[in-house]
Design a protein around this ligand. Structure first.
Ligand code: MSP
Length: 598
């Protein structure tokens, strides 16, 4: 890092209310995905949550220099090795790399019922589907540190510890509870949020949730309750002070308004006669812990909670999370219940909750129950890992609006952006004929100043601006805009190549060199900045450009300009470019993004 320190998420001092502070310089960056229900196979929407987190983690690795000590190739680790990594996270001092957690949410009525229906042992069902989510993370090159399962023994310990803390602080009491419960959402809904509907086919009337449309069942039972209502003021205060705690801004506003309209206590257990597939309440096995208390605690489990003596100093802990990536449908759980549980236990709050929108199919939310899901494994196989990563982030990386998924649109992005812009620029400037010309010409003519043209000047300006622009978008969690700005630079560069036509014999040598110099530099910058999004293709691209492996970090492409107070491109001189071009291969290279065989 040169010149200045940067905040892990761009929002210095956010996540208020922590019991202790943690040094930005030594705390690992910690990003989480939601943990997925194992009642159905993964779909594109699930992959989306994982990719957002992966891009953020890889970006932090890039900014903090090199690979994560915890995660790199975490996707290829075996379970045993993961445990080793988990051990490592406990003892580290003063390191500031990223930790990414993902996994599966395995308890609850929803899973219990699916298992009952298929007469399958619940754990067997969990093992089977959990593996599919793990396979997906691997297939999509998601570099997780830990794949947590709520059936893991250390997770049960963490949940019990958190529960006892909430009891100790007087926030849990036993009470009668009656209300409408949705098994599919694993949540109770108040009277104001339910309505009666009639099934047109069967004529049967039933209650449904207005918000999610899921069917409700009446439940009247004794269970444990959490004094959620007591936290209303503190939650409002937190969100009013920390205006970026929930992103995008419109979600922040929605949660605040929900809080202002009132908050009731929350039922946090179910009788184990009804919910047998869950973690029992400590010292009261007649009750099982509510699945959302269980699930949300996963974020603490991964951080080593309950922290023991040997855990290392406070600043080495990865808690609090820097970003919880969640879908917009589960904000309430993350932005109201979860912070309240943490407050009850005097634990620091997550710094940011990033709520992305949904992928739809024909404008309707992609979900197993509607049967309109796109299979992520098939898409990865058909189009390749990085093209799918690119497409989901380019289109779905605009977090405030839903996006409609269609193979036709994916193919269009593949053809126009990846093949037509990026792949095309690379193959144009690495054409063997052009390299020969470069080498032969170099010995004959001395370099003179490049000819100024509007296109060239605009490209140079854009090259210098891109690092700070990219940084701003990444830190603002605007992943789609990051990609847009990178591809706009690529397009400007293609324009220059088309204008100069360096392959033509009519073009003076110094203009050929200038054009190729700027194009190589554009691609070197693009290769580094795109690596969190498309890690493997960018590795190949940088290999083709003969950029040494230890010269692919942020500081190799960006330098802090004190006067302008921004990052600018570290442009190599044309002499340096000419000497390194001697290393380029004369062979015709395989296209970075081959023709789609569909
Ligand atoms: N198990 C809970 C999360 C517990 S986190 C402590 C859950 N699981 S889920 O499998 O239903 O959803 C997991 C994530 O996938 C959520 O963030 C959800 O928003 C996301 N998606 C599910 N369908 C989606 C789309 N159609 N589009 C984008 N994301 C979607 O909720």
């Amino acid at each position: 890092m040169e010149g200045r320190t940067f905040s892990t998420n761009g929002f210095e001092g956010s996540g208020g209310g922590g019991a202790w502070g943690s040094s930005e310089d030594s705390k690992p960056y910690y990003v989480t995905t939601p943990i997925f229900y194992v009642n159905a196979e993964p779909h594109i929407g699930h992959l989306h949550s994982c990719l957002v987190a992966d891009v953020l983690a890889r970006y932090q690795d890039l900014r903090r220099g090199g690979d994560s000590i915890y995660t790199r190739e975490g996707n290829r680790r075996s379970r045993g090795e993961e445990d080793e990594v988990a051990k490592k996270t406990k003892g580290l001092k003063g390191k500031s790399k990223s930790i990414l957690s993902t996994g599966t949410d395995e308890h609850g009525l929803k899973i219990q019922k699916v298992a009952e229906r298929s007469s399958e042992d619940p754990l067997q069902l969990c093992d089977r589907i959990s593996k599919r989510f793990k396979d997906l993370a691997r297939a999509a090159n998601v570099s997780y540190t830990r794949f947590i399962r709520t059936t893991d023994p250390d997770h049960r310990e963490a949940v019990h510890h958190l529960w006892r803390q909430m009891v100790r602080s007087g926030h849990i009491y036993k009470g009668k509870h009656s209300g409408w419960y949705s098994v599919s959402d694993e949540a109770f809904f108040p009277e104001s949020q339910v309505r009666e509907v009639t099934d047109l086919k069967t004529g049967e009337s039933y209650m449904e949730s207005i918000e999610t449309g899921s069917r409700l069942e009446w439940s009247e039972e004794e269970n444990y309750k959490f004094r959620l209502a007591e936290f209303r003021e503190r939650l409002i205060d937190w969100l009013e002070k920390d205006t970026k705690a929930i992103q995008p801004a419109k979600r922040h506003a929605e949660v605040l308004s929900e809080l202002k309209s009132g908050l009731s206590d929350l039922s946090v257990s179910r009788p184990s006669s009804r919910l047998s597939w869950g973690i029992p309440v400590p010292d009261d096995p007649g009750h099982s812990i509510y699945v959302w208390v269980d699930a949300l605690t996963n974020y603490l489990t991964v951080s080593g909670y309950p922290w023991k003596e040997d855990f290392g100093s406070e600043s080495n802990r990865c808690w609090p999370a820097d970003v919880h990536v969640v879908g917009k449908d589960i904000i309430r759980f993350h932005a109201i219940y979860w912070p309240a549980f943490l407050m009850a236990c005097h634990l620091p709050l997550p710094k940011t909750i990033l709520a992305h929108s949904h992928w739809t199919m024909n404008k309707s939310k992609m979900s197993k129950s509607k049967g309109n899901v796109a299979n992520p494994f098939k898409a990865l196989e058909l189009y390749g890992v990085d093209p799918v990563r690119f497409f989901l982030m380019r289109v779905g990386g605009n977090f405030s609006t839903d996006s409609d998924y269609s193979p036709a649109m994916l193919e269009e992005y593949y053809k126009k952006s990846l093949q037509g812009q990026l792949g095309n620029l690379l193959s144009r400037i690495l054409a063997p004929k052009l390299l020969t010309k470069l080498r032969e010409g170099g010995s004959k003519e001395p370099l003179s100043s490049p000819t100024a043209t509007a296109i060239r000047d605009r490209l140079v300006t854009s090259l210098h601006s891109l690092p700070s622009l990219y940084e701003r978008h990444q830190e603002d969690l605007e992943l789609s805009k990051s990609l847009e700005s990178i591809f706009s630079l690529i397009s400007e560069c293609n324009e220059l190549v088309s204008q100069v036509q360096p392959w033509s014999d009519q073009v003076p040598f110094h203009e050929v060199v200038d054009c190729l110099h700027l194009s190589h530099e554009t691609l070197r910058l693009v290769g580094v900045l795109l690596s969190p999004f498309m890690p493997r293709s960018m590795e190949t691209l940088l290999d083709h450009l003969r950029v040494p492996e230890d010269k692919r970090s942020w500081s190799d492409v960006a330098t802090w300009n004190q006067q302008q107070r921004r990052w600018v491109f570290r442009l190599r001189s044309s002499q340096d470019f000419l000497s390194s071009s001697l290393l380029l291969s004369d062979e015709k290279l395989k296209p970075l993004f081959p023709r789609l065989e569909l």
